[in-house]
Design a binder for this molecule. Structure first.
Ligand SMILES: Nc1ncnc2c1ncn2[C@@H]1O[C@H](COP(=O)(O)OP(=O)(O)OP(=O)(O)O)[C@@H](O)[C@H]1O
Length: 273
């Protein structure tokens, strides 16, 4: 007999596929294997953190998820649809382009174009990828900058604002095309604790107000506990994922002592010797 499809238990309908499913992913640069056989899922509307020690492959994972690096093995599925394997003809570039149109990305450097004002930076993806006219673009830009608390800074250049403001402007640009998945690589790197907390609050607000799904690479404990609904821990030593769950549960209940230590390290740093 065929197994019954999964049910959500509420109205008897089959549960929808996860927003993102990473399946048996091997990541390698030539013969150098960064991670192998990594699988995890991200539900719609959640904030999902990719965590782990420096060099374990967090940024590389993000690049596989957004289409910049092809997996050595495995796949990433969006709403059940294969990203790397599921193209009808061609090399799949068009298929991946179509899926990735729904992504907004803030890279680690957060690089804004230094010769452009904040408004021009946020406008760029709109002029490249939409049919909006100049007035509509200006309206949308003002809206996006207001959303990240930068109303009135349209004509400023990146060099004229603080690091925290630059990150927020980068976030506004990542949201220019109303993505439904935001990928953020170390968004609070280089920020002081207060700016970092403001950025966390902003990410929570955007998720709550816009319903975006957010995937974040970070090793900042404060951020992890403040915003993560779910997380995966990539281990540099065994080169695979060794924990998957809410960091608030993992801190005391992760099977691996390494994961528990990683999540407890803030307390250890605060303990007098
Ligand atoms: N383009 C590349 N070519 C070869 N090796 C690479 C490349 N990019 C990254 N690596 C290697 O892959 C491993 C994972 O790098 P990655 O930047 O993904 O780690 P990370 O967990 O994001 O680190 P960090 O927290 O320090 O930013 C590292 O050993 C790195 O040197």
């Amino acid at each position: 007999m065929e197994p019954a499809p999964p049910r959500n238990g509420q109205n008897g309908q089959a549960a929808p596929p996860p927003r993102i499913a990473v399946r048996n992913l091997d990541m390698a640069f030539g013969g150098f294997v960064v991670q192998r056989d990594v699988s995890f899922t991200v539900r719609r509307g959640e904030i999902f953190v990719i965590m782990g020690d420096s060099g374990c492959g967090k940024s590389t994972m993000l690049k596989h998820m957004i289409g910049l690096i092809r997996p050595a093995r495995g796949d990433v599925l969006y709403d059940g649809e294969s990203f790397w394997g599921g193209s009808a003809g061609g090399d799949g570039t068009d298929h991946r382009m179509a899926i990735s149109r729904r992504f907004g990305v803030l890279f680690q450097s957060g690089a804004l174009w230094s010769s452009m004002t904040l408004a021009e930076n946020v406008a760029l993806p709109m002029t490249l990828y939409t049919d909006l006219d100049a007035r509509e673009v200006a309206e949308m830009v003002a809206l996006k900058l207001a959303l990240v608390g930068l109303r009135g800074f349209e004509e400023y250049y990146p060099s004229e604002i603080s690091g925290g403001m630059r990150k927020r402007a980068g976030l506004a640009r990542a949201m220019a095309l109303d993505p439904d998945i935001l990928f953020l690589d170390e968004p609070s790197a280089g920020l002081d604790p207060l700016s970092s907390r403001r950025l966390d609050d902003l990410i929570l607000e955007l998720r709550d107000n816009l319903g975006s799904t957010v995937v974040i690479v970070t090793h900042e404990l404060a951020s992890i506990f403040a915003i993560a609904d779910d997380a995966v821990f990539l281990d540099a030593e065994s080169r695979t994922a060794i924990a998957h769950g809410n960091p608030r549960d993992l801190i005391d209940h992760a099977e691996s002592p390494k994961v528990r230590e990683f999540l407890h390290r803030g307390e250890m740093a605060a303990t007098p010797v």
